[in-house]
Structure formats: C-alpha cells, structure tokens
Ligand binder design. Structure first.
Ligand code: SAM
Length: 449
C-alpha cells in the first residue's frame, strides 16, 4: 500500500463523510475525477470508504474524533488487522504517531450503540423493538458486506444453465437457499459486462427481493401493478413469473428510475410491462384503473435500514424526522394503491426496513382503516410457490437468519362482496381487461405528436 493510495482513500472519505448525498453517488463521482486509478486501487478506495462507514462509531472512538485520515488508519489497524510494520512505508511521521495512539485505545466497556455501530437514537429504537441482545446481533450482521445475488430470467435461461456457465468461468456460485430463481456469488466481481447479463439471462437482485415477487405470485394473464417500481427490479421478476403474459403497470414518481427500468426491460425480453410516471400517489391518471388489478405490490419508499450491508451510509444520514415523514408517506401510498385492487385481489406491502413503525405497525393501521382487506399469512403463500420459509403472519427477513437483506412484507386480500363472482379466479375477465388496457394504450400512443 502506497502513501498516495492512502491519501486518495482519505480524500474519497472526506467527500463521502462531508456531504449529505448517498455514498455510492459520491464515490462514483470521485472515480470519475480520478480516472487513472486501476481496478485494484479502486477496489481499495471503495472498500476503505464502505469499511469506515460500517464501523464509524467504533472508529471515531479509536481515533478520538472524526478526522477521515485517522478513521481510515483506525479501520486498517483495528478492523482489517494490518500491523504497523505493514503500513510503515506509507505513513509520514505524524501519521505514525496517530497510528501508535490508535493502537493503544482500549475497546473495553464500549457503550452498546458503539458496539452496534449505530447512532444513539437508532440503537434506542432497535433495542426497544428486538431487545438488546438480538438488536446487537442484527446490527453486527450489517457490519459484513453482502454477497452478490443473481436472479435468473427464466424466460431466457434456466438456473442450472447460468450456474454451469459462471462456474465454468471459475466463479464461486451456488443456488440461493429459498428463491427458486436465485444464485449467490461469494466473491465480488463486476458482472455488468458479462455477455449473459447483457443478453438478459440474469439480473442482479438480492434473494429477499426475489422472494417478494414470489409472495405477489401473479398468475399468467393477470393485471398487476408495481406501485413503487423504481428501476423495476421487482417488476421484471414479476414479468418473468407471469411468463410474459398479462400486463404489469410499473408506476413511480421518479422519471430517472423509470428510464433505468426501460434499459433493463430491453435486456429482459419482456413485453408485458408498461411503465407509467405519476406525479404522486394521488395522480388523477390512476383513477381509471381503480378496482382493476389482481395483484398490487407496494414496495414502499422506506428507511432502507435492512440494506445497511450495502448502504452503510444510510444509518448516518437518516434522522428521526425523516422516519416520521416516511411513515406518513407510506400510509398514504398504501391507502391509495389499495384502491387499485379488485375484489378477491391481493395487495402486498413491502419495505427493506427493520423498524416496526414502517412494518408491522403500518400493516396493522392499514387493516384497522380498511375492513374490506384481510391479512393472509405469508408462509403458506410461499409454500404454494415451493419456497420453504415461514416467518409467521408477515414475511420478515433478517441478514443473520436468512443471509438476505432485511425485508418485511404483509399480504392482504380484498374481500369479494357477497353474491359477486370470485374475481381472482376469473381468467376471462382478466384477459378482457388486458385487452382493454392495450387498446387504451394504443390510442394514447397514436395520439402522441
Ligand atoms: C424501495 S424503492 C422501490 C424499489 C423497486 N421496487 C425495485 O425493486 O427496484 C421505492 C420507490 O418508491 C418511489 N416513490 C416514492 N414516492 C412515491 C409515490 N408517492 N408514489 C409512487 N412511487 C413513489 C421512489 O421513487 C422509489 O423508486
């Protein structure tokens, strides 16, 4: 390790820690400014930045402050286990003094929030919910980087074919334990240039996200809404489950994310997906679709605390105020999306959060305010999809238990009014609606200048 590389990693850290934006955006900007860096050096800078973000509370204790250069040294010496001798040639006199001081700091009797490496307020919330012992295990499971999960696009390849192909290229790869389309890679590699990725034979997607699509379990020919579709990770998984039949509406308020979805869609070979930008959950465009969907997924905007292995900066950027606002937003989106569901249809509310306020409490509040919906236990629904995983009434995934990101999902079904036909089983009705929607879309497209 050279002194120049250490300096560059510290510069990247200054940038990431000093601004409120997401770490991945800051880091890619840093790499654009430093194009001369080779693959290994980039990997070192990225690992250092993410390593420090994961353990910032502990490192601040060891470095007696938040000077990025000292945090970096503390990470190398006390987390990565480098010896002073290994770093010797890369350190100047002052850094050597810091390094000696860092080596000498005791880690006995650290406060629990520092052991968990969380801001104090978040530690209080998490430990009140899970109890101190489990909250600590959960928080510590987020100190490790996540593996890379792939979802095989069953329209274009089988899981066995993709596994064999990647294994033949000396990639360590194995089927995911729960998702029938998933593969897990244990070593990091840039998969986005792989020819089979570019041909759409697989996507990068955490196994937890794949399981959410299994919970929605759309059938062929159905009408499906992905209300917070973003860049479409779950829309694409749903489209593949439907074997390219029926119709999926991918709604989102972010044009940029929907544009991303467009690129992934081209690779995927799906033609049953229609993305639709909305101004908010109350966009008037939604009105004509009320009561028309067999399945509605609300993958709600959330704190993202279940993804701390990948996005450790979130824990330092999120505030209690942000959470209060998110909880209100989630309730509004869920209530509006519920109106799209037809009698007998299914509504899935999901987050990648670990907090009850965004999860169980949100689901219970929805049920109290919407007596026409009932809660359907997640385990048996997954069993119908050949997924053996029962976490009780709700789907609750935790990294230390399931080796996925942290996810929550609640499944609701809308009652069929007495005397009405059971809509969910009515495939003919679904086909009619799909045909109607296609005619409307064509008319809209023709009307474009
Ligand atoms: C958790 S992300 C969705 C991730 C996506 N489903 C996937 O699998 O890649 C939440 C999304 O909700 C969108 N969003 C925020 N407010 C919204 C609203 N009022 N109506 C619809 N979508 C909204 C955000 O733009 C963001 O893309």
């Amino acid at each position: 390790m050279s002194s120049n590389l250490l300096r560059l990693a510290a510069v990247a850290l200054v940038d990431v820690l000093g601004n409120r934006g997401p770490a991945d955006v800051k880091l890619s900007w840093f790499f654009k400014q430093n194009r001369e860096l080779g693959t290994k050096d980039r990997a070192f800078v990225a690992e250092s930045v993410y390593g420090v973000l994961r353990r910032k509370a502990l490192l601040s204790h060891l470095a007696e402050g938040e000077d990025p250069r000292k945090l970096l040294l503390a990470w190398l010496l006390r987390v990565q286990g480098h010896s002073l001798r290994e770093l010797d040639g890369a350190l100047n006199k002052q850094q050597l003094e810091w390094a000696h001081a860092i080596k000498a700091v005791s880690t006995d009797a650290l406060p629990p929030a520092v052991q968990a490496d969380l801001p104090e307020w978040l530690w209080q919330w998490l430990s009140a919910q899970y109890g101190e012992a489990e909250a600590l295990i959960i928080a510590r499971s987020m100190h490790q980087p996540a593996p890379l999960d792939l979802r095989v696009n069953l329209i274009k390849a089988t899981r066995e074919e993709v596994q064999a192909k990647l294994a033949s290229e000396k990639t360590e790869i194995a089927p995911t334990p729960y998702s029938p389309q998933g593969l897990r890679m244990t070593q990091k590699m840039n998969i986005s240039r792989h020819p089979w990725f570019m041909e759409g034979k697989f996507e990068v997607q955490d196994e937890g996200s794949q399981l959410l699509a299994q919970l929605v379990a759309p059938r062929r020919g159905q009408m499906v809404a992905d209300f917070c579709a973003g860049a479409g990770g779950k829309s694409l998984a749903l489209g593949a489950i439907m074997r390219n039949s029926g119709r999926i509406y991918a709604f989102d308020v972010s044009e940029k994310r929907l544009l991303n979805l467009g690129q992934r869609l081209k690779r995927s070979g799906l033609s049953n997906l229609h993305s639709q930008l909305i101004t908010s959950e109350n966009d008037p465009k939604l009105k004509r679709l009320d009561g028309k969907f067999d399945r509605v997924l609300v993958d709600a905007p959330c704190s993202g605390l279940g993804t701390l292995r990948r996005n450790p900066d979130l824990k330092w950027r999120m505030t209690e105020q942000d959470l209060t606002e998110l909880v209100a937003k989630q309730a509004g989106i869920l209530a509006r999306a519920a109106r799209l569901v037809k009698p007998g249809g299914r509504l899935v509310y999901a987050t990648c959060s670990l907090l009850q306020q965004e999860n169980e409490q949100q689901a219970q509040a929805f049920l109290s305010a919407h007596p026409q919906f009932v809660l359907v236990p997640a385990g048996p629904l997954l069993a119908q999809q050949q997924v053996v995983l029962d976490t009780g009434d709700f789907l609750q995934l935790l990294p230390h238990k399931h080796q996925t990101d942290g996810f929550f999902a609640a499944v609701f079904e809308k009652a069929v009014p007495v005397g009405a036909p059971a809509a969910a089983a009515d495939e003919v009705e679904a086909d009619k609606l799909v045909a109607e929607a296609e005619v409307t879309d064509k008319a809209e497209a023709d009307a474009q200048p």
